[in-house]
Design a protein around this ligand. Structure first.
Ligand SMILES: [Zn+2]
Length: 497
């Protein structure tokens, strides 16, 4: 009989802050997991290193190329509509509650997600699973969504709606599994508590399931507060949230009679979806306005792109990356946009797809340019995961080297696979920009995290989270240098699927 698995996701958990803290005993309960298991200090996120895309990777094991969730913003080419799941997601009033509800609860977990989830795969194996506040929850059990009273006056509110989730689905103030209706902790997040999407609500659910040992075979519990606090106050200040999580883990150990006894029943996996880096406190310097950066190119309103915008670019600012959709996609035109963007030294890389040749191009202002594609004939340079790449030009644009037919990475871990996995989706932008550490892309009216923290780029500081596995000493199929795409297969293997 395989042990049950609990996967804890701490949003923006960073290797930089947490690995030393675990080693120095400042996170004693995470330390216990390592003592009775192992830690991979640097697990590499996807590109873009943004929550909706990265959390989709966690439950599917796929890159955005396959799962279809491309970041905070993208233009859904097939349905000709803008998808938006930004950081100010919870300001649902501005978006309109009906749209929030439809987009988040239904589309994000419906037609937009084009890979199967771990919850669906476990249901096929007749195994039960639970999701506590995780954004991507699609499963095979029908649940009724409830509109909190607070919103019930709002126009365009569907009063009730069916959603497909795992056997036990808890999603903020909106969904809770009926089976435990009477006894489950009351979640009354409201507007200030992000409608129940907060650490204390997830911790309450963990404690409720521990009481009477109600955990199913697989549970995914999501802790979002660390990311919010790091955005506002920087990583050092947000460390208090990791310590709070450590206490939640300690309380779980206590319920089961200590870490050894807990880990006899469960394998416990802890990781982040991406990391985060501090931003500069100088408001002028911090913000890279896309309107100025792309001056000379007409920009459409980012909410729509209709026939009258046929000649305009559509640009989205997603913190330390930005996306540009262009009506003209020929190489000379895209190169002109790239060159214009690189006039600003705060821009790090410009990445774009060369539709004719199938290559992806990478340009920087100070480290040259290269282009690459996945090899189809067995030749090329090998990465750590068995991919072979054809690379032309100066790969220092990605701080990498090509030696003895191998790709070695520096500041942008696993860059080729991550770029390929992000840009090769049909709805991906024509051009992506990344910013240097400390800066963020904005459009007029978009809030920047001045003097706080940010993420989104390929840089190691935005991308590396520890991966901690308690209850087992090693897992055969886990690569030596694990990635976010390995988390789902890891959990399935631990469950014997
Ligand atoms: Zn974030």
């Amino acid at each position: 009989m395989k042990k049950r698995v609990i996967l804890f996701i701490i949003d923006a958990l960073s290797s930089q802050m947490c690995v030393p803290a675990i080693k120095e005993g400042r996170l004693p309960n995470l330390g216990k997991l390592v003592e009775h298991g192992f830690m991979k200090e640097e697990s590499v996120s996807i590109f873009p290193s943004l929550t909706p895309a990265a959390t989709s990777t966690i439950v599917t094991g796929d890159y955005p190329k396959q799962h279809g969730i491309l970041g905070f913003h993208w233009f859904d080419r097939k349905n000709q509509e803008v998808a938006y799941y930004g950081d100010d997601f919870w300001i649902v009033n501005a978006l309109g509650f009906g749209e929030f509800f439809d987009d988040c609860l239904r589309k994000l977990n419906g037609k937009r997600l084009t890979s199967s989830t771990i919850f669906e795969r476990l249901a096929d194996e007749k195994m039960k699973s639970a999701s506590f506040n995780f954004l991507i929850f699609r499963g095979k059990t029908e649940h009724k969504a409830e509109v909190p009273l607070w919103f019930s006056w709002h126009p365009k509110v569907p009063f009730k709606q069916e959603l497909m989730g795992p056997d036990y689905l808890y999603f903020g103030d909106f969904v809770e599994t009926r089976e435990y209706d009477e006894k489950a902790p009351r979640r009354s997040g409201g507007l200030l508590g992000r409608f129940g999407f907060n650490d204390s609500s997830t911790a309450d659910l963990v404690s409720f399931f521990a009481e009477g040992d109600k955990f199913p075979e697989f549970t995914l519990a999501y802790f979002p507060d660390h990311d919010y606090k790091a955005h506002d106050e920087g990583l050092e200040s947000a460390f208090s949230q990791v310590k709070e999580f450590d206490s939640t883990l300690g309380a779980l150990f206590d319920r089961y009679g200590g870490p050894e006894k807990t880990l006899e029943k469960f394998n416990i996996v802890v990781t982040g979806d991406h990391s985060q880096t501090d931003t500069t406190g100088d408001a002028e310097e911090c913000k890279i306005f896309l309107e100025s950066l792309l001056e000379g190119f007409p920009l459409a309103q980012p909410t729509e792109w209709n026939d009258s915008d046929a000649e305009k670019l559509m640009a989205f600012a997603d913190m330390r990356c930005a996306q540009v959709y262009s009506p003209q996609t020929d190489t000379p035109y895209l190169s002109r946009i790239a060159r214009k963007a690189l006039e600003d030294s705060r821009v790090d890389q410009v990445l774009w797809r060369d539709r004719d040749s199938g290559y992806i191009r990478v340009a920087t202002s100070d480290r040259g340019e290269c282009r690459f594609k996945l090899s189809e004939n067995g030749r090329g340079h090998l990465d750590d995961y068995g991919n072979k790449w054809i690379v032309e030009g100066d790969i220092t644009a990605l701080d990498a080297t090509l030696e003895e037919n191998k790709v070695e990475y520096g500041d942008y871990p696993n860059a080729l696979e991550r770029i390929w996995g992000g840009l090769k989706n049909e709805s991906s932008a024509d051009i992506w920009l990344t910013s240097n550490i400390g800066y963020e892309f904005v459009l007029k009216g978009v809030k920047a995290h001045v003097g706080g923290g940010s993420h989104g780029s390929l840089h190691r500081l935005d991308s590396l989270s520890p991966l901690i596995v308690g209850g087992v000493r090693s897992v055969d199929t886990l690569p030596e240098k694990p990635r976010l795409v390995d988390v789902c297969p890891l959990c399935l293997e631990l469950l014997g699927v």
